[in-house]
Design a protein around this ligand. Structure first.
Ligand code: NDP
Length: 402
C-alpha cells in the first residue's frame, strides 16, 4: 500500500497512470500532476471511480513541487515530464525525503546534451537523506539496461560487445510526427552520433553510420547509429565491454522531412527574434506537430527493441539476443496509447513497483542495471511486454551481407 505522485500527463504519463491505477494492492493512492491540469483530469476521468487525484504543478519550480509533495506525502515520485525537469524534481524529492524515478536523463534547455553527470552528482545527498533515485526506467534507457544486467547475470562471465537495436516498424498515417516529445526526439537525432570502442568514445556526424538490421517478425530495416544515454551508464557498470553501440530505425520519408526541417533552420534551439518576440524554432515546430499521445488510434505495426551481446561464458565465445516486440494496436486496446509510450510507461510502473515492494532498495542515485534484473524481468510479460531470447545464434547486427 503506497502513495505515488506521477508528474507529467503526456503520452507516457497516461500509460504509467493507467497501469498503476490497475494495481491498487501496490499503488493505493495516486496523484497525477502536470503543467496542464485538464490533461490530468481527462486521464483520471477516463480511468473513473475517483481512483486518480489530479493537481496542477509547474515542475520547473522547486518550492511549488515541495508544497505539492508535502501536501500529498507520496512514498515515491515518478517523473514522466520532460528531461528539463529532472533536477528540480530531484531537488524537491531531496528536500522532502521522497524516493524518485524517471525515464530520461537531464538535459539543459540551451544545449542538446545527454549526460548523467548532473544527476549522478546527487548521489551523496540522496544517500545521506536515506532515499533512492532510480534513473532511466523506460524502455531505452530502462529495459535495455535490465536486459544487459540479466545477460551479465545469467549468460556471460564477461561481456565484450553490446548493440542495442531499436526498431519502430509502425505506421501512424501522419506525414511527419515523432513518437515521443518532438523537441526531445529531434534534439536526440540531430546531434552527433557516438559509440564506445576500446575505452573511448568515437564520434560520428549525425546519422552518418547506417545499415539494414534484421528485426524479429519485421525483417530488415535501415538502422542508424545514434548516441543514446544508457551507453554512458552501461559502459561504466559493465567495464568489460569493449564496444557498445545504439541503433535506431528511421524510414526514408522521416529522414527527408528531418533534413528539410534542419536545413531551413526549424530544428534549431537558438532563439530567433520574430515580430519582437524571442522564439526557439524547435519549440515552435513542436507546437505544430501532432502530440505523441494523439498518435495511438489506428497506429499499425509493431516496435522491436533488444540487446545483442557477445562475450565469453565458461571459456567459450557466446552470443545472446534478448528483445521485446510490441504491437501499437494492442497497446492502444490496453491503455489508449501507441507502443512507444506503452513500452516506456509499463517499465516505469514496474520500476516503481520494484521500489515500493522492496525488490529494489538502497540509498543514493542508481541506474536500473545496478539492481537485480530477475524480479523486473518476471513482471515484464505480466504487464504486457513479453520478451524472447536467442542463445548462440548469429547476431543480426553482425550480418554485413544485408
Ligand atoms: P509528452 O510531451 O507527451 O509529455 C510530457 C508531459 O510533461 C506533458 O504533459 C507536459 O505538460 C508535462 N510538462 C512539461 N513541462 C512541465 C513542467 N514544467 N511542469 C509540469 N509538467 C510539465 O512527452 P512523453 O510522454 O512522450 O515523454 C515523457 C518523458 O518520457 C520524456 O522525458 C521523454 O524523454 C521520456 N521517454 C523515455 C523513453 C524511454 O524509453 N526511456 C521513451 C520515450 C519517452 P503539457 O501537457 O502542459 O505540455
Amino acid at each position: 500500500m503506497s502513495k505515488v505522485l506521477i508528474i507529467g500527463a503526456g503520452g507516457v504519463g497516461n500509460v504509467v497512470t493507467r497501469k498503476c491505477a490497475a494495481i491498487p494492492e501496490v499503488f493505493s493512492d495516486i496523484l497525477l500532476a502536470s503543467r496542464t491540469v485538464e490533461k490530468c483530469e481527462a486521464i483520471a476521468h477516463d480511468i473513473g471511480g475517483d481512483r486518480v487525484k489530479t493537481a496542477q504543478v509547474d515542475a520547473d519550480n522547486v518550492p511549488e513541487l515541495v508544497e505539492l509533495i508535502e501536501d500529498f506525502k507520496p512514498d515515491l515520485v515518478i517523473n514522466v515530464a520532460l528531461p528539463y525537469q529532472d533536477l528540480t524534481i530531484m531537488e524537491a524529492c531531496l528536500q522532502t525525503k521522497t524516493h524518485y524515478l524517471d525515464t530520461a536523463n537531464y538535459e539543459p534547455k540551451d544545449v542538446a546534451k545527454f549526460e548523467y553527470k548532473w544527476q549522478w552528482a546527487y548521489h551523496e545527498r540522496f544517500k545521506e537523506a536515506g532515499i533512492l533515485a532510480v534513473l532511466g526506467c523506460g524502455f531505452d534507457p530502462g529495459v535495455t539496461g535490465v536486459f544487459t544486467a540479466y545477460a551479465a547475470k545469467h549468460h556471460f562471465d564477461e561481456m565484450h560487445t553490446l548493440d542495442i537495436v531499436d526498431c519502430n516498424a509502425g505506421d501512424h498515417g501522419k506525414s511527419f510526427a515523432t513518437n515521443f516529445n518532438p523537441e526531445i526526439n529531434i534534439r536526440e537525432i540531430t546531434q552527433n552520433g557516438r559509440f564506445w570502442e576500446n575505452g573511448t568514445w568515437v564520434e560520428t556526424k549525425p546519422l552518418e553510420i547506417h545499415k539494414p538490421i534484421e528485426y524479429p517478425e519485421i525483417g530488415p530495416r535501415e538502422s542508424y547509429l545514434l548516441y543514446h544515454e544508457e551507453l554512458e551508464s552501461l559502459v561504466k557498470n559493465f567495464p568489460s565491454l569493449k564496444r557498445a553501440r545504439f541503433w535506431m530505425t528511421f524510414g526514408e520519408k522521416y529522414i527527408n522531412f528531418l533534413n528539410v526541417l534542419q536545413e531551413v533552420g526549424m530544428t534549431s534551439i537558438k532563439p530567433i527574434n520574430f515580430k519582437g518576440m524571442d522564439i526557439v524554432p524547435l519549440e515552435f515546430l513542436k507546437a505544430v506537430l501532432p502530440e505523441p499521445s494523439s498518435l495511438g488510434e489506428g497506429y499499425k505495426g509493431q516496435t522491436s527493441i533488444g540487446c545483442q551481446i557477445k562475450g565469453v561464458k565458461d571459456g567459450k565465445e557466446t552470443t545472446y539476443y534478448v528483445w521485446n516486440n510490441c504491437s501499437h494496436a494492442e497497446a492502444y486496446r490496453d491503455v489508449k496509447a501507441q507502443a512507444v509510450s506503452f513500452t516506456t510507461g509499463v517499465p516505469a510502473m514496474i520500476g516503481a513497483m520494484m521500489m515500493l515492494t522492496g525488490k529494489w532498495s538502497g540509498a543514493g542515485v542508481f541506474n536500473v542495471e545496478e539492481f537485480d534484473p530477475d524480479p523486473f524481468m518476471e513482471k515484464l510479460p505480466v504487464y504486457g511486454l513479453k520478451w524472447h531470447e536467442k542463445i548462440n545464434e548469429p547476431l543480426p547486427v553482425e550480418n554485413e551481407q544485408q
